[in-house]
Design a protein around this ligand. Structure first.
Ligand SMILES: [Zn+2]
Length: 415
């Protein structure tokens, strides 16, 4: 063998060994391998959840030691925080009789006992921030996303529902929270603790079944287009979910996972006997007096003598109308978005935009299906799927078609 042939042979051997090791790496990849990119954190991020807005004062309490911080600066330490009132003060904030020269303080428990705000317990720390103008304050819970979810699950879904439905709910809520966390970096909080984001009751609303669902799905999120999915959900779709672009005015959310899909599972016939979607949620009727509609329109500054009839316009595949046309005795019809119509009559009275109308002498009879905006996961449908033996994965694949399912983190951080 010449020296040149020997070199070529050695190079070939190296190349083969390198290729084999590359291939074995590829084959060893698991489907739930964590996604590392700047769009997806690889450990649970700290969320800023606004639990109290524009209040004149609030009460705080903690049975253990608490540090008072302004950014990294420790302003005070207490061995125990008795129930004290926090108010805006001339130069900052007052906690009981103690004044702090800061418009924002973080109350951080240093031991096991949790911080209390207005009688409710919260994990993590509590930030109190004086508003511009100086008369009101906001309270913002600083809490990691997994602990946050423990206090969301039981507020957004019955904690007695089947595990697969609670798990799907936890993943949708985690994905929604992460997307808002990315979206609102420049705001002074990431999420509101109300229906305008996700209802969050803190540690006071935790339960064993919800905790299990959050732990079983730890770190799992829905994603689409390289971002966490804005995984909307609502109580009951009434037979077909709808698109985020029209139903919520979210033009950038016109993507396959949020365009709507058929749903047979919220139909009462699909549930375990005795636990079906109530008629008041799935298929309901309400009569709204014509005089009440006319008064509502006048409050919105329309000139109205009397309402004669109402009909839905621009019906989509789900049967929802984008707009509502109201015929008047005199003058042209009034056209408004279905969301505005619901707001005018009342969200609890007109529970969805999947509506048909008929007219009697004095009233408009409304027949409707479902409760809520109808985008993304249908919660009663998720329960129906879980009752029928589906797991969280098939529930999510059904309601968010083409979304990716990723596990961003799994192991608990070392205490
Ligand atoms: Zn449904």
């Amino acid at each position: 063998m010449s020296q040149r042939t020997a070199h070529v042979g050695a190079a070939l051997c190296v190349a083969i060994v390198f290729s084999v090791s590359l291939l074995s790496c590829f084959w060893e990849r698991k489907p739930d391998i964590p996604r590392r990119s700047h769009e997806f954190p690889d450990s649970p991020p700290l969320l800023r959840v606004c639990v109290l807005e524009a209040a004149e004062k609030c009460e705080v309490r903690c049975d253990g030691p608490v540090a008072v911080l302004n950014g990294p600066t420790v302003l005070a330490k207490w061995r125990r925080l008795p129930k004290l009132t926090v108010r805006p003060a001339a130069s900052g904030l007052a906690v009981g009789n103690r004044q702090f020269e800061a418009v924002r303080i973080d109350l951080e428990p240093l031991g096991e006992p949790l911080i209390e705000l207005n009688g409710k317990q919260y994990r993590g720390a509590m930030r109190i921030a004086r508003r511009t103008g100086g008369r009101e304050l906001d309270a913002i819970n600083l809490v990691d996303v997994e602990s946050y979810l423990l206090g969301v699950g039981g507020c957004e879904m019955s904690p007695n529902w089947p595990a697969a439905a609670l798990e799907a709910q936890a993943i949708a809520a985690r994905s929604y929270a992460l997307r808002q966390w990315k979206r609102r970096r420049r705001s002074h909080f990431d999420l509101r603790a109300t229906q305008s984001d996700q209802v969050y009751g803190g540690a006071s609303r935790e339960s064993r079944k919800v905790t299990n669902a959050v732990e079983q799905t730890r770190g799992v999120v829905l994603a689409y287009g390289g971002l966490p999915l804005m995984a909307y959900y609502s109580a009951c779709c009434g037979g077909h979910t709808t698109g985020a672009a029209v139903a919520l005015g979210e033009r950038t959310m016109d993507i396959p996972p949020l365009r709507g899909c058929p749903c047979n599972f919220c139909n009462p016939a699909m549930h375990v006997a005795g636990t079906a979607t109530p008629d008041s949620i799935y298929h309901w009727r309400v009569a709204v007096p014509k005089a009440e509609l006319a008064a509502g329109l006048r409050e919105l500054d329309y000139v109205v003598d009397a309402v004669t009839s109402v009909r839905g316009l621009e019906r989509d595949a789900s049967g929802r109308s984008a707009k509502i046309e109201i015929e008047l005795k005199t003058g042209g019809p009034i056209v408004m978005t279905s969301r505005d119509f619901r707001r005018m009559v009342g969200f609890r009275k007109v529970k969805s935009t999947k509506l048909t109308f008929s007219s009697s002498e004095d009233a408009i009879e409304i027949e409707g299906y479902g409760w809520g905006h109808g985008v993304g996961l249908c919660q009663w449908g998720a329960k129906g799927m879980a009752d029928a033996g589906h797991d969280w994965m098939s529930i999510l694949q059904h309601y968010y078609p083409q979304a990716e399912i990723l596990r961003l983190w799994k192991d608990r951080p070392v205490d």
